[in-house]
Design a protein around this ligand. Structure first.
Ligand code: IPE
Ligand code: IPE
Ligand code: MG
Length: 251
């Protein structure tokens, strides 16, 4: 018997007044625990997690979200046992070969952020092809963070800015938060309004540290493979009730 998904326990509360988030980012956590609870190998959790990604993309489109960013593999996840890394890269390869056409036909534009040079040449080609084949789509901007780590991203940006200043291409006085953001891998992407993490853990694990400055955070007690449309809808409803102040006074 599999444990019932947590959907039934989500209380129906009235909607708040906030417009839906333009950009939702998700830390998709809990695949291993999902598999362990079912006495299955971890890879079964990762496979089921890929199905949850498909549900989530559809839900985001239905809710009018413009930008969806998903954390699929962190720069620290390379520390996992070689067998699990192989399973994860295998699933990635399969996903890129079989699912991109469907994403494309649903109007999804896909981008990847992170150290793609750490993947083999075949995967790197598939990543580039997926970006190219969906570049004209406008319904949903899906960004997949792969071998991504935010500290490395910020450090790389700082070094690129330092080089631009040394070359005389940028004047130090002219550097702003916005122009610095242009050196990050997320340049051109608005900051996330809402960051969801599943699995009950309450941390960012090196995800979008710069971009998360004023994101609303939602930590859900559901394991990623069980995440469904109802959880997404509940997170949207919860967001609609948040009071976003950005340091100013309410009202
Ligand atoms: C998230 O699930 C997927 C990746 C980090 C690649 P985990 O594999 O971290 O699952 P738990 O946290 O061990 O349950
Ligand atoms: C964060 O999950 C990374 C992804 C979901 C891809 P982890 O499972 O790697 O995070 P920690 O180790 O629990 O912080
Ligand atoms: Mg985890």
């Amino acid at each position: 018997m599999s444990p019932a998904p947590a959907t039934a326990s989500i209380p129906a509360e009235p909607l708040g007044t906030n417009a839906p988030p333009r950009h939702v980012a998700i830390i998709m956590d809990g695949n291993g625990r999902w598999a362990a609870a079912k006495h299955l190998p971890r890879v079964a959790g990762h496979r089921e997690g890929a199905r949850a990604v498909k549900r989530t993309v559809s839900a985001a489109i239905r809710h009018g979200v413009e930008w969806l960013t998903i954390y699929a593999f962190s720069s620290e996840n390379w520390r996992r046992p070689a067998g699990e890394v192989l399973d994860l890269t295998g699933l990635l390869r399969q996903y890129l070969r079989t699912e991109i056409a469907e994403l494309a036909s649903n109007g999804v534009r896909i981008r990847f952020i992170g150290a793609r040079d750490r993947f083999d040449a075949g995967i790197q080609q598939d990543l580039a092809r997926s970006e190219r084949d969906t570049a004209g789509n406008t319904k949903l901007n899906l960004t997949v963070a792969l071998s991504y780590g935010s500290r490395d991203e910020i450090l790389t940006a700082a070094l690129a800015l330092a080089q631009a200043i040394r070359d005389g291409r940028v004047a130090p006085d002219a550097v702003t938060e916005e122009s610095f953001g242009g050196f990050l891998s997320t340049h051109g992407i608005p900051d996330p309004d809402l960051i969801i993490r599943t699995s009950g853990e309450q941390r960012l694990s090196n995800f979008l540290l710069w971009q998360a400055a004023y994101a609303e955070l939602a930590f859900l007690d559901v394991l990623w493979p069980d995440f469904d449309e109802a959880h997404f809808a509940a997170a949207m409803a919860d967001f609609s009730r948040r009071e976003r102040r950005f340091g100013a006074r309410p009202g």
